[in-house]
Design a protein around this ligand. Structure first.
Ligand code: 3DU
Length: 215
């Protein structure tokens, strides 16, 4: 994944044509496009292949399963061209190790430490450090940490060396892209504030400009 704007588009638009139009408008600015179940379930898994010709695609499937099922899911995503897959770390080291092994050199595995929504404080926040440690031990490429709580990005950064941090929660969830980067995020993930904007290309450029101010 290139590291230029440090912006990742979260393309949770469920209308296939609109999703592709937003992808085309934003692909030049965003370093990657992250897709999640809403788009895959509405438009089909071919969206991974279709988007992969436009940008690096990260599949945010938050995989949380036994190692064999983890292998089956990740190989499907990577065979379709995904360059990254997001998994949960609470499944433990055998599932995480299988994720990393399956992705091999074709894709990076990103593990969730702490979720950005208020409920993320209940179970993920108290365990975020342990989840970061198991991710490092299993050699994931990076972590997902919340732009809604920049101090928690900084806490994860202390534990993971130069592994990547991708940070959702800027824009619609109230977090600040610049604060996330200042706290140690490598990339900021933005969805609704871009794909629901009247002009998604302009909105993406505005986030990229905001991120630049924090570098
Ligand atoms: O709130 P937004 O519309 O900017 O979208 C954020 C995206 O990041 C969305 O796909 C969501 O599922 C994902 N995400 C979080 O928001 C928070 C997390 O802790 C993990 C993933």
């Amino acid at each position: 994944m290139r590291k230029e704007s440090r912006l990742i588009l979260a393309l949770d638009e469920t209308d296939r044509a609109k999703a592709l139009a937003v992808a085309d408008a934003v692909a030049g600015t965003a370093d990657a496009i992250k897709i999640n179940w809403p788009l895959v379930l509405s438009a089909g898994p071919d969206m991974i292949d279709e988007l992969a010709v436009r940008a690096d695609v990260i599949c945010d499937f938050k995989v949380a399963d036994i190692p064999n099922t983890v292998r089956l899911i990740i190989s499907q995503a990577v065979d379709r061209g995904a360059k990254g897959v997001i998994v949960h770390a609470f499944t433990g080291s055998d599932s995480l190790t299988e994720a990393v092994r399956t992705a091999g050199s074709r894709a990076g595995i990103y593990a969730v430490t702490e979720m950005s929504h208020p409920g993320g404080r209940e179970f993920t926040a108290p365990n975020a450090e342990a989840l970061a440690r198991v991710g490092v031990a299993c050699n994931v490429k990076g972590f997902i940490a919340p732009a809604t709580r920049p101090e928690r990005i900084a806490a994860v950064r202390q534990l993971i060396g130069d592994r990547e941090i991708l940070s959702p929660g800027a824009g619609a969830q109230g977090g600040s892209a610049a604060a996330a980067v200042r706290a140690g995020a490598d990339y900021v993930i933005v969805g609704r504030a871009i794909y629901q904007a009247a002009d998604p290309a302009a909105a993406a450029k505005a986030f990229a400009a905001e991120i630049r101010t924090a570098l």
